[in-house]
Design a protein around this ligand. Sequence first.
Ligand SMILES: [Fe+2]
Ligand SMILES: [Fe+2]
Length: 447
Amino acid sequence: MTVDTRELILRSLNAALHSKKLYPPGHPSVAAPARKTQQLLTNYIQGSERLVLAIVEDSLVFEDIPEANATEQYGDILKYLTEKKIEAIAFKGGMEDGELSSVIEILTSDEAGSTQEELDKELKDLGVIHITLQSMPVAKRSHLEVYNDAIGVVKNVMGQIRLGKIPGSEEVCAIITEMSEMVFTNTNAMVGLSMIKNYDEYLYNHSVNVSIISLALARHMKLDRKTVDTIGVAALLHDVGKTGVAEDIIKKPGGLSSEEWEKVKEHPVIGSDIAEHMKEMPEEVCRIIYEHHVRHDHSGYPRSARPLYQYSMIVTICDAYDALTTLRVYQNPHQPVDAIKILKDLSGAHFTPEIVEAFSDMIGVYPVGTMVRLTTNEIGVVTSVTPDENEHVTVKILYDADGTQLEEPLPIDISPRDNTEGPTIVGAADPLSRNVDVSAFFEKEAK
Ligand SMILES: [Fe+2]
Ligand SMILES: [Fe+2]
């Protein structure tokens, strides 16, 4: 293509987009440049298969050649493509009357950026078959961004309930889909994030943590994806009923009076009632919320004689684990290793043995987030665990054998436990005594 033709096409397309906002529909100043551009494109395409106009790293690229002064000369093209999150427009030969006008219509509409599916549908609805629009790929978000978004979703849901509204279920389902995807691709990184414990905003962090651990456990139990996600939604919402209990009771330091305790015990019923009113909320979600404090031996609350729904116990166990490993007014946090021991001691009474087994198998002997001392006398944090027979563990060393803090954590692989070569884990070390903030460590890692 000659420089002139390139310029003519881009200038004319830019003018067509520009005038679209200045004149009413049907005005000759709108229709004429669109028609002209389509004519120029048609003339050019003859002989070649298609023509692509794209945004590559914020620059306008036409037929693989970047436009040097696009911002000044073709600002409208850049603006509309970016706003609509469109990465490329491909033109094919044989365009029929009005096809480019329809595309200009789509590009200049007031609606925000569209997904590929929506773009395809819009084009189809307008009868456009020789021009395709390629949406920009959704940028991969970091684990921490997703974690923080999940906190935002829980806050929003609880905020709406406090205002007496029934929240929608869309944002809950959307964030669970994203977290579930991340748990499937990198369980360790997600479980590491569940070590973030926020004392002041306990309820929000607790809800997100329980959902991460529950997603990981459900996945470890090889449940199908739909069931895994349902469990994740239930876990995220398991304590929404606490919005129905006075805040001073929920946050009360120290013991509760028996009357206050009775109030707290209402939260599973209130919560499942709220979930029932949320649009398109699966029945299983309400059931899990209702049963998350019913124990294996049917003690706990609310009193329920019917057999437990088979997956309620997943959330019950993950709820207990997160509560045990969190600093509370009335309790120092238990080390993950101790928390697992407590769960095992209560197996068969509070907790269903098979699910405690699956949990302990998933989380490992030294779970992600445990601070450990090695045979070399070094101290580090467990950052990944592979649940297999030998249990491969990665530890990031924070303190060397002399107790000097390293500038950068040093990752090492701990060989299988029965391997006598190389360092192995002697036992858990207490992060409090070293003043190590394990949750800050994982926050930094996830950025
Ligand atoms: Fe609860
Ligand atoms: Fe809870």
